[in-house]
Design a protein around this ligand. Structure first.
Ligand code: PEP
Ligand code: MN
Length: 334
């Protein structure tokens, strides 16, 4: 971090500032020119408050040179993180697909879809028990009952389960859930992220609707700062001016994040596009671009799905998509 001081600053205040910064364990390199003084801070500046520094009378500007995320930063952890869920590995060259319905509807629906996605090569089962719906009148999910059904499907198929938490008050229901999903709308629910940081299980963190990649990594940092290093990042499309798709899939997030972080990166082409017909091409594109995995919505009867039927693949379409994805994996950019 570099602090540029105003011309002819009050020397007492400069001394005071340097003392404060040294007190934070930082080394200071001073460079005094004719017109300006520059303080270069060396050390871990992640806890330094730029706004507080900028507000000081003697400070002209403050510039961060190092990224504000440390645990998630590839610079401090060059090797890819591999997340293990039972016998499934994700990241570091291990590709895995999570598939299942948008929401858990019944034992029959979930177990039928689970068996089909497993047969097609899915490594984990998804299904929403708590659903973040735009309308309060839309189906809100089976809640605790939905988690019970997911555990039954896990028992039947052996697939680890991934499901979304919407509020910390639900956490007690997630003891046997293999991967806890934090949805796009909760990406910056910092109190929840802190609490999930105390757990010893993988967290699937979806990118917020209008969040930058740095903001996504700062949210991962909240979880990791608490001690939980098992974070899977998920690109699921962002809000743009385009209306032909539900969101705009930011495929460049894959190579961009790859350079910024060691955490595994998966792509959700279902919520990104909002149309079943667009899921296969975007799944293949994401795999080719180097994603570590995919999350795809599959329903045995999309026309009658209680949530997101228009973007759900039939089991047959999912099997076809899996084949296309497998075919491109040997040529993926990594
Ligand atoms: C989901 O995966 O069920 C979901 C609600 O996704 P998102 O948070 O990306 O909208
Ligand atoms: Mn959905």
């Amino acid at each position: 971090m570099v602090i540029v001081l105003k011309q002819k600053p009050d020397e007492n205040k400069v001394e005071e500032l340097m003392k404060r910064l040294r007190g934070m364990g930082l080394d200071i390199h001073q460079s005094r020119g004719q017109n300006s003084t520059i303080l270069g801070l060396v050390g871990d500046t992640s806890a330094v408050d730029i706004d507080a520094l900028s507000a000081l009378e003697i400070v002209e500007t403050v510039k961060r040179i190092q990224e504000p995320y440390k645990n998630a930063n590839r610079k401090f952890h060059p090797a890819d993180t591999v997340i293990e869920v039972g016998s499934v590995k994700l990241g570091g060259g291990n590709f895995a697909v999570i598939a299942g319905p948008c929401s858990v509807e019944s034992h029959e629906q979930l177990c039928a879809v689970a068996a089909d996605v497993k047969a097609a090569g899915a490594a984990m089962l998804r299904g929403g028990a708590f659903k973040p719906r735009t309308s309060p009148y839309a189906f809100q999910g089976l809640r605790g009952e939905g988690i019970k059904l997911l555990l039954e499907a896990k028992k039947e198929t052996g697939l680890p389960i991934v499901t979304e938490i919407m509020d910390l008050s639900q956490l007690y229901l997630f003891d046997e859930v293999d991967v806890i999903q934090v949805g796009a709308r909760n990406m910056q629910n910092f109190e929840m992220l802190k609490e999930l940081g105390r757990l010893h299980k993988p967290i699937l963190l979806k990118r917020g609707l209008s969040s930058t990649l740095q903001e996504l990594l700062m949210s991962a940092e909240y979880i990791m700062a608490g001690g939980n290093q098992q974070v899977i990042l998920c690109e699921r499309g962002i809000r743009t001016f385009e209306t032909a798709t539900r969101n705009t899939l930011d495929l460049s997030a894959i190579p961009a994040l790859r350079a910024m972080t060691h955490l595994p990166i998966i792509v959700d082409p279902s919520h990104a596009t909002g149309h079943a017909s667009m899921v296969k091409p975007m799944a293949v594109a994401a795999a080719a671009a180097g994603a570590d995995g995919l999350m795809i919505e599959v329903h045995n009867d999309p026309a009658n799905a209680l949530c997101d039927g228009q973007q759900s693949l039939t089991p047959g379409q999912f099997a076809d998509t899996m084949q296309a994805v497998q075919a491109v994996l040997p040529f993926a950019c990594r």
